[in-house]
Design a protein around this ligand. Structure first.
Ligand code: G3H
Ligand code: 13P
Ligand code: ZN
Length: 316
């Protein structure tokens, strides 16, 4: 059942965070749905511009619609990750997406508000939720690369003004995370005081954390032992997900960790079974391992076990 992120946030606020997981192909989608069903969690599927272009946006849509039939009990939102204005409109018009992110965080404050408001007006007319971003994370996303000195934390006063003027349904704020597998190269930590300050100004408003992969060190070690070169990879402490959720973070974005599961499975498979050239045995291992990973994240996010209650509330 496809629902909006707004509906999911109303259920989760202050109790747990929804896992927002990026997908690019059928194996990832199967693992994702299985992991969420095994842990009985509602969830958010994220589709980036890169994912839409990888095979074809219609291919991904078809895969997700099929997964919805294969797992009829699943409750999830279909969300555009880091959209520009044109891609947001394409998703809004598609009739498939229930949520879009307009990321104009690289624009000036006023321009970010103006662009976000235009997207909000079009999305809300069709019952679609909108996430916006204020502040800048470090790292690389799509074609934009932000160095650590360019990255800056969200200003809470600006956040409150931004929410009021743009009408967005949730806000991604920069609190010290960055995209990718190499976070915190300067050793800096997370700034939960920014989340607390925003919540004081706009109580009850759902916030979003990008760049939240934990980059498990055992995963990195296994990848490197199987021929990888991910020296110094580091992520967010996954034990901070739930405390963040209790402060009003309703959506936690995890993409890189899934790529690490994929890399570990395939590198180990090729190392250990050099004679195999059928991609299905390794694809099967990946789907199982990704499902286990998703279930383990949902436990840490606190979303595990909430599926039945959310379905009942949203079916009313
Ligand atoms: O923030 C970016 C997400 O991890 C998606 O990555 O643009 O390479 O699909 P991608
Ligand atoms: P990670 O790179 O930490 O997985 O972040 C993903 C993300 O924020 C997608 O929007
Ligand atoms: Zn992101």
């Amino acid at each position: 059942m496809i629902v909006t992120t707004k509906q999911l946030f109303e259920q989760a606020y202050g109790k747990y965070a929804l896992g927002a997981y990026n997908i690019n192909n059928a194996e990832q989608t199967m693992g994702l749905f299985k992991g969420n069903m095994d842990s009985k969690a509602p969830f958010i599927i994220q589709i980036s511009k890169g994912a839409r272009a990888y095979t074809n946006k219609l291919m991904l849509e078809g895969i997700i619609r099929a997964a919805d039939q294969i797992f009829p009990d699943a409750v999830f939102a279909v969300h555009l990750d880091h959209g520009d204005e044109a891609t947001c409109y394409d998703c809004i018009d598609s009739g498939f997406y229930s949520s879009v992110m307009i990321d104009a965080s690289h624009e000036s404050f006023d321009e970010n508000i103006a662009i976000t408001k235009r997207v909000v007006d079009k999305a809300h007319a069709k019952g679609i939720s909108v996430e916006a971003e204020l502040g800048q994370l470090g790292g690389v996303e799509e074609d934009i690369s932000v160095s650590e000195d360019q990255a800056h934390l969200t200003d809470p006063n600006q956040a409150a003004e931004f929410i009021k003027r743009s009408g967005c349904d949730s806000l991604a704020c920069a609190i010290g995370t960055s995209h990718g597998a190499f976070k915190f190269s300067g050793g800096q930590g997370l700034h939960f005081e920014v989340v607390e300050a925003i919540q004081k100004l706009v109580p009850g408003y759902p916030l979003v954390l990008h760049g939240s992969s934990s980059v498990p060190q055992d995963e990195v070690a296994r990848i490197n032992a199987a021929g990888g070169a991910l020296k110094g990879a580091k992520g967010v402490d996954a034990n901070q997900y739930l405390p963040a959720a209790k402060l009003g973070v309703c959506k936690i974005n995890i993409d890189t960790d899934g790529r690490l599961v994929w890399t570990r499975v395939y590198r180990e498979f090729f190392r250990d079974k050099p004679e195999v050239f059928d991609f299905r045995p390794m694809g099967k291992v990946f789907m199982e391992e990704y499902a286990k990973f998703i279930a383990s994240r949902n436990e840490l996010l606190g979303s595990a076990g909430h599926l039945d209650e959310v379905r009942a509330a949203l079916k009313k």
